[in-house]
Design a protein. Structure first.
Length: 367
């Protein structure tokens, strides 16, 4: 052994000791677990206490008080709890601690809870019971990393949206021949619904995607808001429009004859996380909704038949989300989507041409 070997060993031991001392003194990321079963909380605490500062509680109201007094980088809540349901906890967590990343533990049967956690709690991911410990570790690690980034942000400013100049609704020419457009425009005009008009960010478009243009027709019932409105029948036509217009919000049907839109939203989110998507479904399939959130990071889930007032309510929330992304681009990290296997059934009907064209669409964040 060379003369330098003992000194090297001593140096390595010293560095290891310093590293351990630093890890003991450096603040750990904070996670709050909420579940009405002590057994599950004990299991989660044992699994994560070495890496994180773990707080557990069986009471949703107590969790809300903790969120008001302390900042947690991640909140993981069960859905089915007797004192406060997980959806309500996520909703209040979003209000009191908006930069805390939120995850929901749930079963596939909790459809109402799943939809509520999207529309009210803006959940980051679902964890389906029973979970795999290694997958859970990976998900918690990625969520905490995002939570640490969000913790550096200032409180979100109140949106101050600029009213845009009037813009004539546009449709994709390849899919809408003149005859079809005329038929759409000459249909029986519905009675106008009194409402406050949408205020839309300047130079930003709203895009509806469904083969029968029902979503676009529902939007037209709201009158003529001062905004850029686009309509397409297919993902290919949607991309053609997005190459020439900066789209901030997409409203798309995702099942039945529009099932290709599911994969389209998943691929779009991977390339353009800033685009806020609203999924409109005909069927209540819990597994599909979970996949939409985890893999497409949809902002809202709405069901047919779609009422104009309901659509306006969700669009107003989506506009605020777009404005927040522009004000604080770090928020886009929460939009990181779960990878979908290339062989997944939701992608089999989408051509390679669509995937490559995603990189060419207009974006505020590429200027």
């Amino acid at each position: 052994m060379s003369q330098g070997a003992p000194s090297n060993i001593v140096q390595l031991a010293r560095l290891r000791r310093l590293s351990q001392e630093h890890s003991q003194t450096a603040p750990k990321p904070k996670i709050l677990f909420v579940d009405d079963e002590e057994r599950i909380l004990n299991s989660l605490r044992a699994l994560f206490r070495m890496e994180y500062e773990v707080t557990v509680t069986t009471d949703g109201y107590h969790a809300v008080e903790l969120l008001k007094r302390h900042h947690y980088h991640l909140l993981v809540s069960d859905q089915r709890m007797p004192i406060m349901q997980g959806v309500e906890l996520l909703r209040q967590a979003k209000e009191h601690s908006p930069h805390t990343v939120r995850i929901l533990l749930t079963g596939f049967s909790d459809l109402a809870a799943i939809v509520g956690s999207v529309n009210e709690g803006e959940v980051y991911r679902y964890i389906c019971k029973p979970w795999d410990s290694e997958e859970l570790r990976e998900l918690i690690a990625s969520a905490v990393k995002i939570g640490l980034d969000l913790a550096t942000l200032d409180p979100l400013p109140k949106p101050e949206l600029t009213e845009a100049s009037p813009f004539k609704p546009t449709t994709a020419a390849p899919s809408l021949p003149a005859q079809t457009q005329t038929q759409t425009q000459t249909q029986t005009k519905p009675e106008k619904i009194p409402h406050e008009p949408l205020t839309w960010p300047e130079n930003l478009a709203l895009l509806f995607v469904d083969r029968e243009l029902q979503l676009f027709a529902t939007f037209q019932e709201l009158g003529n808001p001062r905004s850029q409105v686009l309509a397409a029948r297919t993902p290919e036509d949607a991309l053609a429009l997005m190459e020439h217009h900066e789209v901030g919000v997409i409203v798309a049907s995702i099942d039945g004859i529009d099932r290709d839109n599911f994969g389209f939203l998943c691929l779009l989110k991977k390339e353009h996380p800033h685009v806020v998507s609203l999924a409109v479904a005909r069927l209540g399939d819990s597994e599909t909704i979970i996949d939409l959130v985890n893999s497409a990071r949809v902002f809202r889930v709405i069901f047919h038949p779609l009422r104009p007032k309901v659509l306006q309510h969700h669009l107003e929330a989506a506009i605020k989300q777009v404005d927040q992304f522009r004000a604080q681009p770090t928020l886009l990290k929460v939009q990181a989507a779960k990878d979908i296997a290339p062989t997944s059934s939701v992608l089999t009907n989408l051509s390679v041409r669509i995937k490559t064209r995603l990189s060419s669409i207009k974006s505020f964040f590429r200027r």
